[in-house]
Design a protein around this ligand. Structure first.
Ligand code: AQP
Length: 333
């Protein structure tokens, strides 16, 4: 069955291994499946929910598009576009925010994590971020949304919003309820410095993540410095439950090798970390360095990247503007 795929990445800089293994690697596979119709969006409206420097944002928008292409998404086959260039996203977000319940949004754990202790100072945009995400997805009659595990709750909310809109406006199945595509394993990559914290762009320590623009030396230096524990690699999966850093590094290795955790444990069982880290660096360099080199090459051609985004946005706009017209009609505008 052909799928309609939508997913986005925020252009907030420092795209990392977590973004790659949790989301972009999956985008590439879906791009390569024959009959899929894919939309990969640089979600700049989401990015401004936290303060962005305008010049940096512009640079990061191009870098995100370059990362998509360098990772293997073919802009001739998939639509790569810029969220802010398609005004239907903002319009649909407003309308959907009027059917969404405050109680639903209050349950979103990502807002709690990102807003931190001082919620009063967080932007309204950060709070209503999941409604904009629902608008993004629903405008394209998306069937499947490939995301990392951290976005699962937002996708469930998107389904609730769609259902509520359809009920409120007596339009059964008008907004299509999308399915999440979350990998069973390795869907949450953790920080290299703390196995209990998500690998994240906004972590102040660059040593906490492998950036997709890192070169060979940076990658091997970060793996050398990655936190471990004093025990050797275990022989049983169960022994990993109290060892988050070890579990994370073995997870990264397994994901890059496309093999299960058990196989990796068997490979390194009883060995010390220096031997494992050497192999981990090798596979990371093999998989990430070509992407990093290609990103840098693509970034030199701003005109090419801007054209991809402009043409992609025009194609997306054709579809989204039809859907928003129908939404407005149902609402009574
Ligand atoms: N650590 C992660 N493990 C697995 N998947 C991840 N994703 C992000 N971090 C991890 C997935 O990457 C996609 C794009 O994410 P995003 O750019 O929209 O924003 P995010 O999830 O907020 O990413 P960060 O790195 O955590 O950013 P900051 O530091 O700004 O909060 C999504 O599919 C996400 O699941």
């Amino acid at each position: 069955m052909s799928k309609k795929i939508f997913s986005g990445v925020q252009p907030t800089g420092n795209l990392h291994l977590g973004n790659y293994l949790g989301a972009i690697k999956n985008f590439v596979e879906l791009n390569n499946e024959k009959d899929n119709e894919c939309f990969f969006c640089v979600v700049d409206l989401h990015a401004i929910t936290t303060k962005q420097e305008p010049k940096e944002l512009k640079k990061n928008i191009r870098e995100t598009a370059a990362t998509f292409i360098a990772s293997g998404i073919d802009p001739k086959k998939s639509i790569i576009f810029n969220q802010s260039m398609v005004s239907a996203h903002s319009e649909a977000a407003w309308i959907l925010s009027c059917v969404s319940k405050i109680g639903w949004l209050n349950r979103m754990t990502q807002f709690k994590e990102k807003a931190g202790k001082d919620k009063e100072k967080a932007s309204i945009g950060l709070y209503s971020y999941p409604v904009l995400m629902a608008a993004d997805i629903l405008l394209y009659d998306t069937t499947h949304v490939p995301v990392g595990d951290d976005q699962k709750q937002h996708l469930e909310l998107c389904r609730d919003i769609a259902q509520k809109f359809n009920n409120d406006f007596n339009a059964p199945e008008f907004l299509r309820l999308p399915e999440p595509l979350i990998q069973k394993e390795f869907s949450r990559i953790m920080s290299l410095k703390d196995g209990l914290k998500k690998m994240s762009k906004s972590d102040p320590s660059d040593l906490s993540r492998v950036n997709l623009t890192d070169d060979k030396d940076q990658i091997s230096n970060k793996i050398k410095k990655a936190k471990t524990d004093p025990l050797p690699i275990p022989s049983e999966l169960n022994d990993l439950s109290q060892r988050p850093e070890t579990a994370n590094l073995l997870g990264i290795y397994s994901s890059l090798k496309n093999q299960n955790l058990e196989k990796s444990i068997n490979e390194f069982n009883g060995k010390n970390f220096s031997e494992f880290k050497k192999k981990l660096s090798e596979i990371l360099i093999e998989k990430i360095e070509p992407i990093s080199k290609e990103i840098k090459k693509l970034l030199k051609d701003e005109k090419y990247l801007d054209t991809i985004l402009l043409e992609g946005s025009q194609k997306a706009d054709e579809i989204a503007s039809k859907k928003i017209k129908e939404i407005k009609k149902l609402v009574g505008f």
